[in-house]
Design a protein around this ligand. Structure first.
Ligand code: FPP
Length: 263
């Protein structure tokens, strides 16, 4: 049995369809960073004639399994888009529920993060979040800082455009005299030090980027599934990774075989 399969023993049934997908994965071609736009919580609730917040509650349960599956796959970085800078426009009760779910997740799941050696980071304009949320985020970041496994990044009060503006202002504040380079900008983003996402997953079928990691996704493979976020399971994540592995990434170049043909 491969090392990859061994990591899923006791977590997935060897007779399951998830295991079947696992056996098809190439451990040497796993994405180094997966970013996820968790969309469709509201529609999930609407379909069941439930309040929107019920969709968010169910969505937070889906978060847990996806984090653990990614950690077992040894994905180095997983970034989840949990609250955009534009989400403040939603009714106060919905915003309040999202903040409470996040606090609840951080309190309840700290032990799972520790057990799986996951280190936690929050990105976005964190200082504009309620102070209780900021405290919880800081506590979990500090408690997990020494973990050497997957980096779990949660984007909160996040906007890709504001991230670029914040990076530019940091560069200006440092008083650099030379022209700004791509590297300068990358090194001043919230995600400095992380690889750019190889794979960006969006649930609920919408073909949009929604202001998420605008700079970092220049060459990401985008995978959109119709599955609504609360229904997203390890199976769907494994399907996305397998789909990613079957793609040919050219980064603006041409296929290796074509180089031979054009000589
Ligand atoms: C988009 O669905 C989802 C969000 C705005 C919030 C995502 C939050 C969670 C999954 C739960 C809490 C997170 C953590 C990390 C514990 P939508 O409401 O826009 O859905 P709709 O497009 O169907 O209305």
């Amino acid at each position: 049995m491969s090392d990859l399969l061994k990591r899923f023993e006791g977590f997935l049934e060897p007779s399951s369809r998830e295991w079947q997908l696992l056996t098809q994965l190439d451990p040497s071609k796993l994405p180094q960073h997966i970013a996820v736009i968790m969309d469709g919580n509201g529609r999930w609730a609407q379909c069941r004639r439930l309040p929107r917040v019920a969709g968010h509650r169910e969505g937070s349960k889906a978060v847990r399994a996806v984090i653990e599956t990614s950690a077992r796959l040894t994905i180095p970085v997983l970034t989840l888009y949990a609250f955009s800078a534009e989400n403040w426009k939603r009714p106060a009760t919905e915003v309040g529920t999202l903040m409470s779910l996040l606090e609840e997740y951080l309190r309840k799941e700290l032990h799972t993060l520790q057990e799986n050696q996951i280190s936690f980071r929050a990105i976005g304009r964190i200082l504009e979040l309620p102070s209780s949320v900021q405290r919880e985020l800081r506590d979990v970041e500090t408690a997990t800082a020494g973990n050497g496994g997957m980096k779990l990044v949660i984007a909160l009060n996040y906007s890709g455009r504001l991230e670029i503006i914040d990076a530019i202002n940091r560069i200006v504040e440092k008083g650099s005299q030379s022209p700004v380079t791509e590297r300068d900008l990358s090194e001043n983003l919230y995600t400095a030090g992380f690889p750019d996402p190889d794979l960006m997953i969006r649930t609920s079928g919408e073909m949009r980027i929604s202001n998420f990691l605008l700079w970092q996704i220049a060459y990401s493979e985008i995978y959109v599934t119709d599955v609504l976020w609360p229904d997203f399971r390890p199976f769907n994540l494994l399907e996305a990774v397998l789909n990613f592995q079957r793609r040919e990434r050219r980064y603006g170049g041409i296929r290796a075989a074509s180089v031979v043909n054009t000589r």
